[in-house]
Design a binder for this molecule. Structure first.
Ligand SMILES: Nc1ncnc2c1ncn2[C@@H]1O[C@H](COP(=O)(O)OP(=O)(O)OP(=O)(O)O)[C@@H](O)[C@H]1O
Length: 657
């Protein structure tokens, strides 16, 4: 994990822990956000100073990384933006100086000491500088906007690229969900913001230094006053900057809940239930109340931050006015020229403005840096399931001999193991049904076989080799799978199937063949544009399919891959009896020569398997053929009889009727 920003590691962790303990799903329960101020916020002056130093140090250390990011996004724009910054930093001082020259020339002309030519020369110079300023401002704006776009694209690209590499465990944890959200939604704007703040800071520093130099030449004391006045405001700004970030961190789970509530009411998939159960007003009200709590927090912080900030910055204003008065009196006394007066007045104003931009710039950088830390933290999250340094090459022909040896598994953060000491062997080409009650660990077994998770104990062998010794991508290339929660892609029918094997995306004949195997070819042909019909409602003219039709499409996607292992998690849960029967008769041909595992709750299909594994509370309690398990008279026999009895009852009822 990367801990940029010089923030103490403990604080980071503590914050995250606190922010993820916001209770409840948001559907019920209290709507409250814990106070974002961490318990250890420094109280004494010394502690504050210490903290300022750490945060300043951290912010400055954050700069090179941002510079690298911007450079990667576009070297030309980066150079352009840096150059224009330096130039535009000098321009105010130059403008002020020319104004002084102009005034002095005018006064001299009035007093018949100077010439009109001199005035024209200075006016020409002024025009030149103003034109240059306009051009340089335009260039800076252009470079900034373009860089913003480029950066956002670069970072989103990196976030996607990285997310694609991460383990399933990362996506299934709620803490990492927040991190992902922050990295993908909040972070892309931050580097440019950070760069802008840094450049603004640089520009201001140039203006500030040149102006202060002018002030020093009048009175070192005044220069000192101008320099010291901003300090209190600076400190208060840095405090509120970090509070704002902490608040954002704390409200992140609340916002997630708000998003969820909003999705429930605005998404087609949920609309049916929301309407039927009359949940609309209830959910809308929850959203409103969460929103209010969220807004109240934001308002408190924003108003405090601005009011307190302004109060402190009044000190700087007072100092500025003092300087102006002093210089005016000096001019009256004849110790300074009118031009000097104008110069110093604008210098004083510029220093004051500069001072304010300095803290806005710095606190902006500080805040951006805190967000960027989350991005770096995300980018530094490494997948645990990776290829070994020297991956074992897969055999030229994988036979599909699968062996679980004493495999145990517990999901990260779970109390109970999902699988416990599971051992079994599947010979190449065998068809195996995995059965058991809900939550018994069946899907988990499949996830482990695909190496979406690694077992916490024991090992899984494919053709005699521990699957951890293969490159996970190569291993997954040997497996076709359809999961319980298969994806319904908002794409054409051909794309929906073709995504199962990217190389075949353009091979229409193979796609048609898979559709036929899954029993959905005829339905697709009846669509308005056949295989090129968009499915789902996101597109214009998209066709809505029924649940079973979608499931057949998902099956076709799995069948497109010609792999030695086929895994189907409840492949017929949405199919009608005829479709299920047809699929299983075809499956025998499809499964020919491939190791096939399927999960099913329908015992009529389970009994056809060559081997049945019965899981109960994560343990493999029975295994064998249908006949063997029936003879055993255990769990399987009990459930089978139960289901068969239900059917028999139905038949009898029908007969009676
Ligand atoms: N991502 C996860 N994180 C934590 N626990 C999980 C996760 N997925 C599943 N579990 C838990 O692991 C256990 C086994 O789940 P699994 O999905 O393997 O059950 P299953 O046998 O496939 O059930 P079903 O028949 O209902 O599909 C369950 O108790 C479940 O709560």
């Amino acid at each position: 994990m990367v801990h940029g920003g010089g923030r103490p590691i403990g604080l980071h962790k503590q914050l995250r822990k606190a922010s993820s303990t916001v209770p409840d799903s948001g559907l019920t329960g209290p709507i409250d956000i814990p106070d974002p101020a961490p318990a250890d916020e420094p109280k004494g002056l010394r502690a504050r100073w210490q903290r300022l130093r750490t945060s300043a140090g951290g912010t400055v250390r954050g700069l090179p990384k941002v510079a690298r990011l911007t450079w990667q996004a576009s070297p030309i724009l980066t150079v352009l933006i840096v150059l224009s910054t330096v130039v535009s930093g000098l321009l105010p001082t130059l403008t002020a100086y020319i104004a002084k020259l102009l005034l002095d020339a005018v006064v001299a002309a009035i007093q018949h000491r100077g010439t009109t030519t001199r005035i024209i020369e200075v006016a020409g110079l002024e025009l030149g500088v103003l034109t240059f300023t306009a051009i340089s401002t335009a260039l800076t704006n252009m470079a900034q906007q373009l860089l913003q776009e480029r950066m956002t694209l670069t970072i989103r690209h990196r976030v996607m690229e990285h997310a694609a590499k991460l383990d399933l465990a990362f996506f299934e944890g709620s803490e990492s969900y927040d991190l992902l959200r922050q990295a993908s939604q909040e972070a892309p704007m931050r580097p440019v913001s950070m760069l802008n703040s840094a450049l603004g800071l640089g520009r201001t520093a140039v203006t500030f230094a040149s102006m202060v130099a002018l002030l020093v030449s009048v009175s070192p004391l005044l220069a000192l006053v101008a320099l010291l006045a901003p300090l209190p405001a600076f400190i208060s700004q840095s405090k509120y900057g970090s509070r704002a970030f902490m608040l954002a961190l704390f409200v992140s789970p609340i916002r997630r809940r708000m998003d969820y509530l909003s999705t429930l009411v605005t998404t087609d998939t949920y609309a049916k239930e929301t309407k039927l159960f009359g949940l609309g007003p209830y959910l809308v009200d929850r959203f409103r109340r969460l929103g209010q709590a969220y807004y109240a927090r934001e308002r408190k912080l924003t108003t405090r931050r601005n009011l307190v900030g302004t109060a402190w910055s009044l000190l700087s204003t007072a100092a500025g006015s003092g300087i102006a008065l002093y210089i005016a009196l000096e001019a009256v006394a004849g110790r300074l020229s009118i031009g000097d007066l104008a110069l110093y007045t604008s210098a004083a104003t510029a220093v004051q403005t500069a001072v304010q931009s300095l803290f806005t710039g710095f606190s902006g950088m500080y805040e951006n840096n805190l967000y960027l830390d989350r991005l770096y933290e995300f980018l530094a999250t490494e997948p645990r399931i990776t290829a070994p340094a020297r991956p074992e090459p897969l055999p030229a022909r994988v036979h599909g001999h699968v062996e679980f040896q004493d495999v145990s598994f517990r999901y990260p953060g779970a109390e109970e193991p999902a699988l416990e000491n599971v051992s079994f062997e599947i010979r190449p080409g065998e068809t195996v049904a995995v059965v058991g009650r809900n939550g018994a660990g069946k899907s988990t077994l499949f996830k482990l076989l695909c190496r979406l998770y690694d077992p916490t104990g024991g090992r899984i062998l494919l053709d005699g080799t521990d699957i951890r010794e293969f490159d996970p991508d190569a291993l997954r290339g040997q497996i076709s799978a359809m999961f319980q929660d298969y994806v319904t892609y908002q794409g054409t029918a051909a794309e929906n199937i073709g995504l199962g094997q990217l190389a075949d995306l353009e091979h229409r004949d193979r796609i048609v063949e898979s559709a036929r195997r899954a029993g959905v070819a005829e339905r697709i042909e009846r669509l308005p544009k056949g295989y090129d019909s968009p499915l789902g409602r996101w597109f214009d003219q998209g066709v809505s399919l029924s649940g079973g039709e979608w499931q057949k499409i998902a099956l076709a996607r799995a069948f497109l891959r010609d792999t030695p292992i086929l895994i189907l998690d409840e492949p017929t849960s949405a199919l009608d009896a005829r479709a299920e029967h047809d699929l299983f008769s075809r499956l025998r041909a499809l499964a020919e020569g491939r190791t096939t595992l399927y999960i099913s709750h329908r015992f009529s299909t389970v009994r056809q398997a060559e081997k049945i594994l019965f899981l109960d509370h994560g343990k493999l309690v029975e295994q064998g053929t249908h006949d063997e398990l029936m003879t055993l008279g255990g769990n399987y026999a009990e459930l089978f009889t139960l289901q068969a009895a239900a059917y028999l009852d139905d038949d009898e009822d029908e007969e009676v009727a």
